[in-house]
Design a protein around this ligand. Structure first.
Ligand SMILES: [Fe+2]
Ligand SMILES: [Fe+2]
Length: 255
């Protein structure tokens, strides 16, 4: 307990609690710079400083004991169960596509379209998500995931897709997408796979219906047929995006 004269602010108290918790850990757990940037601070957990704070301890070079354990050779389904912070939106979108009779490629694209948001990072989630899955899925699926981020902002009357009311609520009525999004939209609009990405938007369900029954088990076979699960475990293979999966697997490794 801190007994200084001035009362601690909520964030100071949170820092103190975090530090107390860290002292109980066997290894030193660090935050990456991007985690600090997201807290509005340009700083890093440097080696000497952290060693000074937690003398005699070594840095964590593996799984974070605070997180749910993952199997030795994790699959995409394991990431869904133990690393994705929320799966309802993805499962609902995929369920909608499945019930609408969409091909498996589209169902998979819907199931994976926001994985970056639920497991990794919000900013440019379409691009990150596409890179994560690119080595393991049909090229068209990764392309659709990348471009849905831009297409979401532009209506297409031919499929009954309008600018989402939710976006007006979330970003305000005056929000306009940045030029790089407008350019991405134009390229996507003229692309041969345009409709695949558009179908993600059409099935991108935001009105969460608590009575709707969604279950990851319904998609295990579709994943099995359409996602090339590496035998070494997702992230422990040698694909161009394996490091992204490893980062989600071991987000607080020192290096
Ligand atoms: Fe999205
Ligand atoms: Fe979405």
């Amino acid at each position: 307990m801190n007994e200084h004269a001035h009362p601690l602010s909520i964030s100071e108290r949170a820092d103190e609690l975090e530090e107390e918790k860290m002292h109980e850990m066997e290894r030193i757990i660090t935050k990456s710079t991007i985690a600090h940037l997201m807290d509005g601070e340009v700083k890093m957990d440097t080696g000497p400083e952290m060693k000074g704070k937690y003398p005699g301890k070594f840095f964590l070079m593996g799984g974070d004991p605070r997180l749910p354990p993952m199997p030795e050779k994790p699959t995409l389904v394991d990431y869904f169960r133990h690393r994705f912070a929320s799966t309802a939106h993805l499962l609902q979108s995929a369920t909608h596509a499945l019930k609408g009779g969409q091909p498996e490629k589209v169902v998979l694209a819907c199931l994976l379209h926001d994985i970056a948001i639920v497991s990794f990072i919000r900013c440019d989630h379409g691009y990150w998500g596409a890179q994560m899955i690119e080595p393991y899925v049909d090229e068209e699926v990764a392309w659709a995931v990348k471009t849905h981020q831009a297409l979401r902002f532009f209506p297409d009357e031919s499929v009954g897709y309008g600018y989402p009311d939710l976006y007006k609520e979330l970003f305000g009525p005056d929000y306009r997408p940045e030029p790089y999004i407008v350019e991405e939209y134009k390229r996507a609009r003229a692309h041969k796979w345009y409709m695949t990405s558009r179908l993600i938007c059409v099935n991108d369900i935001y009105s969460f219906d608590p009575s709707a029954k969604v279950n990851l088990d319904d998609f295990v076979d579709i994943i099995g047929r359409n996602f090339k699960q590496p035998k070494e475990g997702l992230g422990l293979d040698n694909s161009p995006s394996a490091h992204m999966w490893r980062t989600i697997l071991w987000p607080t490794r020192f290096l």
